[in-house]
Every structure is written in C-alpha cells, then in structure tokens.
Design a protein around this ligand. Sequence first.
Ligand SMILES: O=C(O)CCC(=O)C(=O)O
Ligand SMILES: [Fe+2]
Length: 208
Amino acid sequence: MVDHLVIPEVLDKAACDALCGEIRAAAGHDAGLLGRSDQKPAWPRVRRTRRAEVSPATEALIERLLARQKPDLERHFGVALGAFEKSQFLHYREGDFFVPHQDGNTPLIHDESRFRKISAVIFLNAQSDDPSPQNYAGGSLVLHGPYTGPDLRIAVPALPGSLVAFRSETTHEVTPVTRGERFTIVSWYRGAGPVSGEGDAASQFASQ
Ligand SMILES: O=C(O)CCC(=O)C(=O)O
Ligand SMILES: [Fe+2]
C-alpha cells in the first residue's frame, strides 16, 4: 500500500475538455526542475513535458478547487496544510515522461521543495488503449513504495476530473506517453505555520 487519496470528479467533463483545449492552445515552455541551474543540461533526461501559461481566470478556478480539497487532505494525511503553490498546467506529448522522483519534504534537500507536504495531480483526460484523439496511452502516474518496504508500484487510474494526492516524499514517475496527448494539473500544499512558508507570498512561489 502506498498511501494516497483519490477524490473523484473535482472537475466535470465540460471543464476538463475546456482545460485541455486551453492548455493545448496556450503558450508554454519546457517544464523545469528545482535545483541548481548548472544541472539544466540534464533536465531533458529527467523530465520532458510542456508547461502551459493559462489565463488568470483558469488559475483562479483551480486555486479555488484546491482550497476546497484542503480539509479532506488534512483529514486523510493527518497533517495541517497551509498555502499551496502555483499550479502547473502540463501537456505531455508522445515520448514525454518524468522519471522516478520525489517532489519534496525529503530530509537531505534544503531547497524550496522542503515546504511541500502533499502533492496533488488532477487528470484532465483519459488513459486508454482505444485510439481516440481525446485520450492517450502510456503516461501512467506510478507511485512507488518506500525503500524500507517491499518493492511496490501502484499505477493510479487516470480518471478525467479526479484528483490524486500523496505525500510529497513519495517516489513517483510518469511513464513515457506512447500515443496521444496527456493533460494534467499539478500543485503542492505546504505545511501550516510560519516555518513552512505559510503567510509568505506562496502564490508567487515559482515552483519548477
Ligand atoms: O503529470 C503528472 O501526473 C505528475 C507530474 C509530476 O510528478 C510533477 O510535476 O512533479
Ligand atoms: Fe512529481
């Protein structure tokens, strides 16, 4: 068991379709990584996906949605949550991926990621072997069990409109997309309290 919470239908089908359309059409750039800038040449081997710049109205819609989920996440994970980071609107094309990684809250890394307690991913379209321009193949979000236990791998079902949350120190990956386009929104909830960045301009914190 890798602890995670799936909240179905945080967005309806019309909203998911509209978001996919907006992300596809929006300007964007290669999504990056936190860490030292001299490591940038290696980024394409770690993560390949496009990060879209959506409208302020869309960002606000997702911020409201994330705020609404906070009590359920606090209850499930037993952690008090503060602000969440600026969402990333992601567009994976064929071949795009993100190798196994942790998003934050890992004891050895002293960068902004240490404030992240819970990672949230919202699926906007479906993974399916039925070829249709609406869905994609490959591109599984796979959660890994902790290294102290058995070698677990859990592929999270990509139900459009659902949100999956897990502790940010959970190792996870996005396997390569083998057909079609995959659309997700990701964000991170920080812990509550001043030491965790609550009360600062967290919405301006540019997560990478
Ligand atoms: O797109 C996803 O399903 C997850 C992306 C991810 O792991 C991340 O952005 O840190
Ligand atoms: Fe991640």
